[in-house]
Design a protein around this ligand. Structure first.
Ligand SMILES: [Zn+2]
Length: 459
């Protein structure tokens, strides 16, 4: 504990016993303030007055050296004094002259708040600190706002709990760094129309709602391990330097369609709320967002990841086409692409289509010694299978594969006959039905090869 209590102790009700070992101190600064709510007004005001007087006195006595970090530890802040409106900077001590705001801030000093609790709104709008301001493992029971223009301070907010309160950082210029680390329960983080000239980090923080509209990040921006619980739209946001979205969790929709990235972006490990799951089509607001992520992976030569976002880009294109209904031919092609190979991502699916279509065609073209009633049985089975297949959410391919083997065993189609069918250069007479079959197979073989290549190497 860096705060000395020599001066403060004299006016305190009890001696402060807060130190590295004892965190349960019951003095006016460190005691729980819950019971204060039930006090009579006069008594409450006396307590509040005593609290602030004690705090000021202890800070004056302990933070004499302007170059030392002023550490404020374990204090549970009471309500503000009514007599002094915290929203306005006032010289509260004319002799000292250092303190420009009613509680404790001197603009040229570095502050470090550790394990503190702020029961009332912390409004630092009019405070222009020149040095670092750190909140470490603090709790904020009400809203917090920061200065309009921040000259040279680092704002570092680490392991803090905001109890579903907002943080208003809109319309501000941060001339240095802004770091949030492992913060939780932030209801809304508002950085509308703000500029962060230093680096910015939101590492490991849990953000409910965010507003990054027109925010300018002039230096490196880090969103690693950040959880965005709702939609996040980087609308007209510009990133002048590198951006890291590594292992970021997007639970709503990500929209980057009007974002400017001037340098590299890293989206490695970007995921949705289901543990270990990749970003799905519902987490991408539009085709442009998928394209930007795809492009960033391509720039880093990460072709496997790029292909995954290519697939999402195609799915978004399909959504666009199904909305307009104008290019219905394109829509059919996209639909085919999706059903046959999940936009060239799933070679096993393509293979299964080939085998199943061949089997079905083989059954009805009587190339196998297959009885008519077995053919009927297969058709009925297939209808049930397709129904079940569409209901299944996971392991669809494995299910289909097992069913295929089962039916194959029942219908006893000769494998060699099937191989002859799939062969595109077979010499048997070509009928119209065979032509359609061969066209489908040719398309599927092409998709099969593309899908395997997509998952293994560069296009
Ligand atoms: Zn104490």
């Amino acid at each position: 504990m860096d705060i000395g209590y020599e001066r403060g102790v004299s006016i305190m009700e009890e001696k402060c016993t807060y130190d590295d070992k004892n965190k349960e101190c019951n003095c006016i600064l460190h005691c729980e303030k819950d019971s204060w709510n039930s006090l009579e007004k006069d008594e409450l005001n006396k307590k509040i007055e005593l609290f602030w007087k004690t705090l000021r006195d202890t800070l004056y006595s302990s933070c004499q050296n302007i170059n030392e970090i002023c550490v404020v530890e374990g204090i549970i802040f009471s309500k503000w004094e009514e007599a002094l409106n915290f929203n306005y900077p006032i010289d509260i001590n004319e002799e000292n002259g250092n303190f420009t705001c009613k509680i404790l801030f001197a603009s040229e000093r570095t502050y470090y708040f550790k394990n503190c609790a702020f029961l009332e709104k912390l409004d630092l709008k009019e405070l222009d600190l020149e040095k670092d301001l750190t909140f470490d493992n603090c709790t904020f029971n009400q809203e917090i706002t920061f200065y309009k223009s921040c000259n040279s301070s680092l704002i570092f907010i680490n392991d803090c709990d905001f109890y579903s309160n907002n943080i208003d950082l809109s319309n501000r210029i941060f001339k240095s760094n802004l770091y949030f680390k492992n913060c939780k329960n932030i209801k809304k983080l508002d950085l509308y129309n703000s500029t962060i000239q230093g680096s910015a980090s939101f590492r490991g923080s849990n953000l409910n709602e965010v507003n990054f509209e027109k925010t300018e990040f002039n230096n490196v921006a880090v969103f690693n391990d950040t959880i965005f619980q709702n939609n996040v739209d980087f609308k007209y946001t510009s990133f002048d330097d590198r951006v890291y979205f590594q292992d970021v969790t997007i639970q709503g929709e990500l929209n980057l369609s009007s974002t400017i990235f001037k340098d590299e972006v890293n989206f490695l490990g970007i995921k949705n709320n289901e543990v270990g799951k990749k970003l799905g089509v519902k987490n991408i607001a539009n085709r442009e967002t998928a394209r930007i992520i795809k492009h960033s992976f391509e720039k880093l030569d990460n072709i496997i990841e790029a292909n995954k976002f290519y697939a999402l880009e195609m799915q978004k294109r399909e959504e666009e086409l199904s909305k307009t209904k104008e290019n219905w031919l394109d829509w059919i092609v996209f639909k085919f692409h999706k059903i046959s190979s999940n936009h060239s991502q799933d070679w096993l699916l393509t293979l299964l289509w080939m085998l199943n279509i061949t089997m079905l065609f083989g059954t009805f073209s009587n190339i196998s010694p297959c009885q008519k009633d077995i053919g009927l049985f297969i058709v009925v089975s297939l209808m049930i299978i397709v129904g079940l297949y569409t209901l299944l959410k996971t392991h669809r391919k494995k299910f289909l594969f097992a069913v295929f083997i089962f039916i194959y065993c029942l219908s006893s189609i000769n494998l060699d006959d099937m191989a002859r069918l799939i062969s595109l250069t077979g010499k048997e007479s070509l009928t119209f039905i065979t032509l359609i079959y061969k066209s489908i197979i040719a398309y599927l073989i092409y998709q099969f090869i593309i899908s395997i290549r997509q998952n293994t190497r560069r296009k």
